[in-house]
Design a protein around this ligand. Structure first.
Ligand code: SF4
Ligand code: SF4
Length: 487
């Protein structure tokens, strides 16, 4: 490639930082086109979901809750207590693997379409900015001009709205952690009685405002760990927003009177539309770059240009580096099928883990270090500990039934009631006739019942004397027999 070194110099610096190290403010032109329309629909749906779901309750609890402080999570009405933490960790690990595999195949599709940073920035804050300050050139002009009444009211209105949205968003996010009821309680109690809550809300709102009013694309370029990982996750086969340099080069200005092919020119007319709409301020024609969030704005912009000059759309399109280099269309190959199958498998695994989760978990263990006891002349007893994890929304009375062999259960202390979301435990004795205890380890089958409904079947063992110590059983049997005879 000619002047290859020159063409690669863009990689030496960030497009949003000047040579003097100062921030270069990005003024992206308002995008329009079919991808932007689709992204708008998705963004609106996501925002409706985000802002409304803290108000939706299922059986009295929030539909979604991520109470990290108390390790209590509710996902679509299903409560996950601290006892389910393993499930949560497994889900998180699966999610990370999912993201890695997804990125290897589909690139930064997530960033452009559903990442909260993009959804908020491009479909909430930016539209307000366009509405108040106008399109990119008007915004630039406003920033450069001296402060006058127009600039003051436009800037004040914009930043007031930005801060208001930040406060609403921080209330929403807090509701996801402690529940909307508690948030409304904090607000109604006033700052005097809940200073910590108010300060937390304000700090979150301020951080949110700073990110969307000031820091903006720098989050994706500098802070986001997912963005940083792109260098190792993407390869030549990953799907990403790409410029078809084979078709576009050599670029040259458009002249409706000339035949570009005859002039040896590619399809890129150097109009700069793709660069003008880029929210991270890069030129996609330089190749794949870390700053590119795959937002598709340049695809829409270039498609509109191709339409105008009567060339096929897709000079900038979703493609892999390899497909561009080979001049082939993006195909569903074995690799895509394989990774997609693994991704589906992971989703099924998470789904399965969630479905096998039970509302009540019982453990029955013989008390550690305990041996069998002579309960009376005809019975042995063992002491056990029952632990019940109640993940339901109500208090559960627990009853234990010994199914096999026939014997007796004697609860020690009060009957067992387990409060919602808590672990209850109690000790109990299993008393078996000596005649049933025929070995040093007898299998026990329990049924755990609550309000007449069987919750679980459990197994355990009953320790008895070994065969060398069993003369007493024979003696007792003899005794019992002679007693009966004498009667
Ligand atoms: S929008 Fe298309 S034609 Fe215009 S500069 Fe970008 S790639 Fe070239
Ligand atoms: S290069 Fe295109 S896809 Fe990438 S961030 Fe800029 S406008 Fe979006």
């Amino acid at each position: 490639m000619e002047n290859f070194d020159d063409q690669e110099t863009f990689r030496d610096r960030l497009s949003t930082i000047s040579e003097e190290g100062k921030r270069l403010w990005v003024y992206p032109k308002k995008p329009k086109g079919k991808y932007y329309n689709k992204r708008t629909v998705i963004a609106i749906l996501l925002q409706i979901f985000l802002f409304l779901s803290p108000f939706i309750k299922i059986k009295g609890d929030p539909m979604l809750l991520f109470n990290i402080l108390e390790r209590k999570f509710i996902i679509f009405g299903v409560i996950f207590w601290p006892q389910d933490f393993h499930l949560f960790v497994l889900s998180m690990l699966t999610f990370i693997v999912f993201i890695v595999l997804f990125t290897v195949v589909y690139g930064r599709l997530f960033c452009g379409w559903v990442c909260p940073q993009t959804v908020f920035m491009e479909f909430l804050y930016r539209p307000i900015e366009y509405l108040i300050e106008g399109n990119n050139s008007q915004q630039r002009k406003l920033d450069l001009q001296d402060w006058d009444l127009t600039k003051i009211w436009k800037k004040s209105l914009k930043h007031s709205l930005f801060f208001l949205i930040s406060v609403l968003t921080s209330i929403t996010f807090l509701a996801y952690i402690i529940g909307m009821d508690r948030v409304l309680e904090i607000i109604s109690e006033g700052p005097a009685s809940n200073i910590a809550g108010y300060l937390g809300l304000l700090a979150f709102a301020a951080a949110h405002y700073f990110v969307f009013a000031k820091f903006r694309e720098q989050v994706c370029i500098i802070v986001c760990p997912y963005g940083r990982l792109q260098g190792v996750l993407l390869d030549n086969n990953s799907i990403q927003v790409s410029y078809d340099y084979k078709r576009g080069e050599p670029r040259g200005k458009h002249n409706p009177l000339e035949n570009r092919q005859e002039q040896g020119k590619g399809d890129c007319i150097e109009c700069g539309s793709c660069e003008a709409v880029c929210p991270t301020g890069i030129d996609i024609r330089n190749g794949s770059q870390l700053e590119c969030i795959n937002c598709t704005a340049c695809m829409d912009a270039c498609d509109a240009v191709m339409d105008r000059i009567h060339k096929p759309k897709g000079l900038i399109r979703y493609a892999s580096e390899r497909s561009i280099a080979d001049g082939t269309k993006l195909k569903v190959n074995v690799r895509v099928i394989f990774y997609s199958t693994v991704l589906t498998g992971l989703l099924v695994l998470i789904g399965y883990l969630f479905t096998i989760r039970t509302d009540v978990e019982t453990t029955i263990l013989r008390v550690q270090g305990s041996m069998y006891q002579e309960y009376d002349s005809a019975h042995y007893s063992n002491i056990y500990l029952v632990q019940v994890v109640n993940k339901t929304r109500k208090e559960l009375p627990i009853q234990l039934i010994l199914e096999e062999p026939k014997g007796q259960i004697i609860m020690m202390g009060d009957p067992l009631f387990v409060k919602k979301g808590e672990v209850g435990e109690a000790n109990f004795l299993v008393v078996l006739p000596k005649s049933v205890v025929t070995s040093s380890s007898t299998h026990l089958d329990f049924r755990v019942v609550s309000e007449g409904i069987e919750i679980e079947e459990m197994k355990s063992t009953f320790v008895g004397p070994n065969s060398l110590d069993r003369h007493d059983v024979g003696d007792e049997d003899e005794k019992e027999k002679s007693d009966n005879d004498s009667h």
